[in-house]
Ligand binder design. Structure first.
Ligand code: HEM
Ligand code: HEM
Length: 189
């Protein structure tokens, strides 16, 4: 059985949607800032440290908003979510929510080991590989928003445009980063 989400005219419904949308925008912003920083494509107006500090803030806030979004979705009894559904995907709620749960765990794995105290103890390469989970996590966020969002269920073109723009904004810095890696490899060869 999969979860059917009936739009309801109450503040919890608005709050779960708005916190979800803010979390998704923050995730894409953190992704863009991280990629520009790592690609050393930050221009000359702002110092690289500024980009990194803002990236860290955006990353931390992403997880905070995801947490609020999950709690509000749980508090909204119309969603029928049990507490365990926030952490374990299951047939009871279906994959529309399941993708949200998977991306939540991926964001936890991206953000927690990045905290200075933990990161200092990890080999840089291992931390970096784990950190790159941010990219599939963001993709799954969009899949979840597309499948679970009331606006996409009701066929809103504006919401589709919003999701397409979010993805589009992320693709550009991913390309810049990949081109940078390819150029560096060629120069080394
Ligand atoms: C508080 C949380 C976070 C901290 C402290 C943090 C820290 C960092 C640091 C230090 C880098 C630079 C790595 C380098 O030296 O090149 C980086 C890169 C990056 N971060 Fe984060 N990050 C956090 C959260 C996030 C989140 C939530 C996302 C995505 C939604 C994200 C996505 C990225 C990406 C895509 C890169 C570029 C990786 C690469 O292209 O090699 N980060 N992050
Ligand atoms: C355990 C994890 C999660 C649960 C239980 C959950 C729950 C929900 C629910 C019930 C909805 C439907 C709200 C509605 O329209 O009635 C929704 C939509 C949404 N969620 Fe999540 N979510 C989770 C993770 C995430 C994550 C990690 C993000 C972003 C980083 C996110 C972003 C969104 C967005 C953008 C929407 C669409 C809002 C709309 O209806 O327009 N969710 N989520």
């Amino acid at each position: 059985m999969s979860l059917t989400l009936a739009p309801m005219d109450n503040w919890l419904w608005y709050l779960s949607r708005s916190t979800g949308i803010v979390a998704a925008v923050l995730a894409v912003a953190a992704l863009v800032w991280g990629l520009f920083f790592s690609a050393r494509n930050t221009g000359t107006r702002m110092k690289p440290n500024w980009w990194l500090a803002l990236h860290n803030w955006l990353g931390g806030l992403t997880l905070v908003f995801i947490g609020i979004h999950m709690l509000v979705a749980f508090a909204n009894t119309r969603t029928g979510l049990r507490f365990v559904d926030l952490f374990v995907p299951s047939n009871t709620v279906g994959w529309a929510i399941g993708w949200g749960v998977v991306s939540f765990w991926m964001f936890v794995i991206v953000v927690l080991p990045s905290m200075a105290k933990i990161r200092r103890r990890l080999p840089r390469r291992a931390w970096h590989v784990v950190h790159l989970l941010a990219i599939p996590a963001t993709v799954l966020t969009v899949v979840h928003s597309y499948q679970a969002g009331s606006d996409s269920i009701s066929g809103s073109t504006n919401f589709m445009r919003f999701l397409a723009i979010l993805m589009g904004v992320a693709v550009y810095p991913v390309s810049i980063r990949l081109i940078g890696i390819a150029q560096r490899r060629r120069a080394l060869a």
